[in-house]
Structures are given as C-alpha cells and as structure tokens.
Design a protein around this ligand. Structure first.
Ligand code: PEP
Ligand code: MG
Length: 579
C-alpha cells in the first residue's frame, strides 16, 4: 500500500481500478544504435507509424458523420502521418546518425513544431497541435505503450494522469469516471473546478502519482483529505467504503437545504447561484437550489473542435440555458480563452507568461469578429430569459469602454437585421485584475454589476500561479491584502448602487462563507454541489455579527492569525459543521 498526499480538489471518496490517461509527450533521450541494428530500428519506426495509422483509421471508421470536426481532425492526422518529410527525415537520421528511432523522430518532430510555431497563418499554426498529437501516438506505439483517452473509458474507473486538459475534463462529463488524481494542478485549476461541478472526487498536485501506480491495480481517492492510496489493503478498502457511505449520507442530508431560501437569522436575503461550464449542468444547478447562473464559462463551447462555434450555435445554447432558468438570471461570460485554459501538455501555450498574455477580453478586442459573433448571440438570447452579459479580465475603464463599443456595434447590427434583444440587458464585469479592484469606484459607475473572480485576483495580487502545485501553499484567500481588496470592491459597488457577486472558488468554500457575509457580498456563485452547504451556514448566521467580526479580522496582519481567529469563531457558531 502506498499513500500519497496532494491537494484536495473535490470532495468524496472514489474506489476503483486505475485508468491511466497519458498526456505528456513522451520524453526521448539522446541514444544511438549499433550499425547492425539500424535496419531493425527503421523497421520498428515504420511499424509504429503503420500502427498509428491503423488506430486512427479505426477511430475514424467509428465516426458516422463525415462532416463532423472529429472526422476532419482524424483525417488531418492521417495525412500528417503520410507526410514523407516526417517519415523520410526520421529514417535518414536513424540511418545516417545511428539515432534510436524515438530520438530521431522526436528531433524531426520538434523541428517541425518550431516551423509551425513561426507560421503567420493562424489556421496552419494550429496544425502544430495535430502534429503534437500524432507525435505522441507514434512515440507511444514505439514504446509499446497503449494510448488511452478519456473518451475511450467504458467502465467505471479512477483516472490517473499527469494533467488533464480542459478538453479531457469536458469528456469526463460523458464517461463513467469515479474520480481522478493528477500530478499537477491546484484547487483553482480547471481540472479541479470541473471535478467539483460534476461532483467527482479528485486530488490534484500529487507530483508523483503517475510514477507510482501500476496499470489495473486498485486505488482509493479521498477528495476531502487530499489523499490517494495505491494498492490499498482489504481493510483500507473497507474503511474507505464506510467513509464513502458516510459522505453520501451527508450529501443526502444537505439536499433538504437546496430549496430553502438563503436568508440569514437577521433577515438578510442573499442569492446563491451556480457556476456552469456545460448546458448539461443546468439541471444539476436547478436541483441544487441555484437562484440562477452567476458564471457561465462559455469557453467550453470552443473546446474539442477545430472550427469556431457559429452565432446560431451560441444562440441556441444560451437560449436553452436561459429558458431552463426562467425568471432567474443567467450570467454569460464572454470568451475567456488563454491563460490556464490552455494549460495541458498537449495544448502548450505559445506565450512566456500566458496568464499575463493575450487572453480573455484582450483576445476578444483583437479578434473582434469572434467577439461580436458571441455578443450578438448573447443579445439575441436576452429575449428568451433573464440573460446578463459579463466581461472577464477587465483592467480598467478604458478597456471596459472598448468592450462596450463592440456591444453597441453588435446591437446596431441586430437592429439592421430586425432581430430583437432585451434593451435593458444588464452588463457587468469580473473584477479579477488588481488594477480593476483599485479603480473599482470608477468602474462601478459604468456597469450594472460586479463579480469578483478570486481565482485570478488572488493569483495576480499575491503573484501565485493558480495552477502550480509547488506554490499552492501561498495561495491564501485569507491574506489581509485579499480581504482588504474584496472589501474595497464591495464598498465601491455599493456606493454606486450596484450589486457585488463573487464567482471565484472562494465563494463556494464553506470556510469563507461567514467572512464573505461579513464583507457584504450580495451574491455567491459556485459549483452547484456546494450550494446546499453554503446555504446551511448562511441560514445559521447573523449578518450584522459577521460584519463586526470581519472588522476585527481585518485588524490582523497575517493570514495565519486571521485563519486561527476564524476557525475559533466558526467552531463556536457552527459546532456541527466540518471546515
Ligand atoms: C476567477 O478567476 O475567479 C473566475 C471565476 O474565472 P476563471 O476561474 O474561469 O478564470
Ligand atoms: Mg478568471
């Protein structure tokens, strides 16, 4: 039995067989073969290429509709594998330099990838991604290792991976995955966020789990404690089965809070909304008692495909969500691609500092047609429900106005097309960049609402990479700088008469509910599964007491002191809760 400790990413216990999803491009080292083995090496390489082609062809045969993106991608992969440059250059390196096949192939691949990287044409540049994927497949076949993907999972299993890309996690939604464990990641990485919204136990940031497991053996994932147990003894399995049942009972107990209003003991009514990434989550959100959607991350519409979603596709999806929520608000966040949303091994970001790069609203203001297409769809959907529009990563008033100008253009285009939209559509921003927090008073005069994105705000204020497991211990929501900044944003919003929401992961952590109440937060948006628990806490709290308490907390100078005082108070107020 081997016990590994990582970062608890999503609560619950999963017990099952390991399923390894290999995402890292296999690393090859410089190695050579003796002259007499050259022919064998070339033959092995050609076999690996042939095998890769067969695999792709089989997958492609299974795709019924030839017009789908999936079919097209597989065809591109096949064409790349038939490219004589890739094959000839590799065989030449094996023959002339006596390189081992994997080393030779990797060298050719890296050269080609660099060439792709420099191509001006965006479409062609993106083919580098395909090249990486087939490169991965060939190397796996050369090493004799099977290539597994989340989509191929048919039996209930526990996924182990170095990392999962957003594209992988989007597949988990449709697969019988019991839980997962990854080497990298943190509580706010998208893998973790998706796990929580799907209610799948997960531990991330384990650093070495892919080096320790063996295929097909049993594993236990305890997403509450952040523990993964490889090769558990029968006693351990029994112990965790009990824990699993207890967790299920706790969840069932909490369910009764879903439909109750989120009102404090002194009568302050709060709104608890859901963060969603897929249309399919809307029902879970409604069942969990969400008062609407506080954050719909639309980037998932763009994943697992090569082309861009059309205006119609955006529109249909938004309408379906808006219709499901009826009179409740649905906050559609405009595209936030980039940064951590490209973090997997296979989707290497091209920038040195992707979190500080061309992402979110910056990308949209550059790619105006893509942006406007989405804006028109949001505007059109506003006729079918309580749709709200929200911009990510706004840094100040100038950028906000630039975005609003594009919204005006989208509006006038619709008017020309005689398409109706809600003229009173509420437009808000995420406050997740320190500069926006600092000028929150100025921004508040030009928008209808704020939503604090703590995942990024904390990353930028504390200079802590939100997905890096090595510095995750410094990622402290209770840091005095963070609490002061939240207070500043809330006060600025309230002074201007607009509501202030929080949609970062901090909003869904029961540990912070009391503090956020004291800071004056109006709306909490979180993964739907956390709603009943946060509601239970808020219903037992007294808002004015929380406000006084937070005033005292803000006088402390370290996160540790604040946490200590908070835990003491929570223990007194909510003795039956586990924080
Ligand atoms: C945030 O940054 O807090 C947020 C909610 O957005 P995302 O996690 O999608 O960056
Ligand atoms: Mg963000």
């Amino acid at each position: 039995m081997k016990i590994l400790r990582g970062i608890p990413a999503s609560p619950g216990v999963a017990i099952g067989k390991v399923f390894f999803v290999n995402r890292a491009l296999s690393r090859s080292v410089h190695s050579t073969v003796s002259k007499e083995h050259i022919d064998e090496e070339v033959a092995a390489f050609l076999r690996a290429v042939a095998r890769s082609k067969e695999q792709i062809q089989t997958i492609r045969d299974g795709v019924k509709d030839q017009s789908t993106d999936h079919y097209q991608i597989l065809s591109v992969h096949l064409a790349l594998l038939e490219d004589s440059m890739l094959i000839d250059q590799t065989t030449r390196l094996i023959r002339e330099n006596q390189f081992k096949a994997d080393w030779a192939f990797n060298k050719v691949l890296q050269n080609l990838l660099e060439t792709f990287h420099r191509i001006e044409d965006k479409y062609l540049r993106e083919r580098g991604q395909d090249l990486r994927q087939i490169g991965h497949r060939v190397l796996e076949n050369l090493a004799g290792r099977p290539m597994e993907s989340v989509a191929s999972i048919k039996e209930p299993v526990v996924v182990i991976a170095h990392d999962l890309s957003p594209a992988d996690t989007a597949q988990i939604w449709k697969s019988p995955v019991l839980g997962f464990a990854t080497d990298v990641g943190s509580k706010t990485s998208h893998t973790a966020i998706t796990a929580r919204s799907l209610g799948i136990p997960a531990v991330v940031g384990l650093e070495r789990v892919t080096a320790e497991f063996a295929e097909n053996e049993e594993v236990v994932v305890d997403g509450e404690e952040g523990v993964v147990i490889l090769r558990p003894t029968p006693e351990t399995v029994k112990e965790y089965t009990v824990k699993q049942k207890a967790y299920a009972l706790r969840i069932r107990d909490l369910a009764k809070f879903a439909k109750l209003p989120a009102v404090t003991r002194d009568g302050k009514t709060l709104k608890l909304l859901a963060n969603i990434e897929f249309l399919e989550e809307a029902d879970i959100a409604l069942r969990s008692g969400a008062d609407g959607v506080g954050l719909y991350r639309t980037e998932f519409l763009y994943l697992n495909r090569r082309d861009l979603p059309s205006e119609e596709e955006h529109f249909t999806t938004y309408c379906r969500i808006a219709e499901k929520f009826g009179r409740h608000p649905v906050t559609i966040r405009t595209l936030d691609l980039g940064g951590d949303k490209f973090v997997s091994q296979l989707e290497l970001a091209e920038e040195m500092n992707p979190a500080l790069g061309l992402r979110a609203i910056r990308f949209c203001l550059r790619e105006r047609d893509i942006f406007k297409q989405q804006l028109r769809a949001i505007l059109r959907a506003s006729s079918y429900g309580q749709v709200q529009m929200m911009f990510p990563m706004i840094s100040g008033v100038g950028e906000l106005r630039a975005a609003l100008t594009v919204v005006d253009e989208a509006r006038s285009e619709l008017r020309k097309r005689r398409i109706s939209y809600d003229r009173h559509l509420r437009v808000g921003i995420m406050v997740e960049i320190p500069s926006a927090a600092i000028v929150a008073d100025q921004l508040a005069r030009e928008v209808d609402f704020f939503s604090i994105g703590t995942n990024d705000l904390i990353q930028y204020v504390l200079a802590i990479d939100r997905v890096n497991e090595h510095v995750s211990y410094l990622y402290e929501p209770l840091h005095p700088a963070i609490l002061r900044l939240i207070r500043r944003i809330v006060d600025a919003g309230h002074d201007a008469g607009i509501p202030v929401a929080m949609c970062g992961e901090m909003a869904g952590e029961p540990l912070y509910s009391y503090v956020l109440l004291g800071l004056g937060m109006d709306e909490w948006s979180m993964n739907a599964t956390s709603i009943p628990r946060v509601k239970r806490i808020l219903r037992k709290a007294v808002a004015y007491e929380a406000r006084e308490f937070v005033g005292e907390l803000l006088a402390h100078t370290t996160a540790a002191e604040i946490a200590g005082n908070l835990m003491k108070r929570l223990g007194e107020l909510f003795p039956e809760e586990r924080f």
